[in-house]
Design a protein around this ligand. Structure first.
Ligand SMILES: [Cu+2]
Length: 188
């Protein structure tokens, strides 16, 4: 939130400066500031082919985390791939959880169990992949502090091309998503 506000304020200031001041020096300054904002600048490899990274192609929609006091919980949401290439999510991390695994839920001897998803989570080009209770999810382990409904948890998603995407997931109360681990039958 704070970050977004600061950014848009800065952009407004730059725009005002560019339009109100004339002259070569002012133009150069404006271009330099534009470069800082990450926008393309004239002369910077204009003929280079535009290729989107996985992180640029992916948008997280309705991302949420199951509220928890401590220990294990999971993150869900819809991964939308607007790009024209398949994208593979290979890892995730967050400050509030020392370890996050990519999980899938499978049937094993008539019981729904979850296990690490080998090869990562693939989102096909122009498609969407839902992370949901009873389905693929981001397993968060070793949460040390309560995650309360309304809290925001920033999770960093890492893709197979090395690009990363940070997204704020909203904590929600939810009953369920308590699938067993494969091999963990002590409670059965
Ligand atoms: Cu899991």
């Amino acid at each position: 939130m704070t970050f977004t506000t600061t950014t848009s304020t800065a952009i407004t200031r730059r725009t005002r400066r560019r339009t109100s001041v004339a002259g070569g020096l002012a133009l150069a300054t404006a271009l330099a500031l534009t470069a800082c904002a990450g926008a393309p600048v004239d002369g910077a490899s204009p003929s280079a082919e535009v290729t989107s990274t996985a992180a640029e192609s992916i948008q997280v929609v309705d991302g949420w985390v199951k509220a928890v006091d401590e220990g294990m919980t999971a993150a869900f949401g819809v991964l939308e791939n607007a790009g024209d290439a398949d994208v593979t999510l290979i890892a995730a991390s967050a400050d509030v959880s020392p370890m996050i695994e990519l999980h899938e839920v499978v049937m094993s001897d008539g019981v729904m169990v979850m296990q690490q998803k080998q090869g990562g989570i693939v989102v096909a080009a122009g498609s969407r992949h839902e992370l949901a209770p009873g389905n693929d999810h981001l397993m968060m382990m070793g949460v040390a502090e309560p995650l309360m409904p309304g809290d925001e948890v920033v999770i960093t998603l890492e893709f197979s091309d090395g690009s990363v995407l940070e997204h704020a997931f909203t904590v929600k109360e939810f009953t369920g998503a308590d699938e067993q681990y494969v091999g963990d039958t002590e409670d059965e």
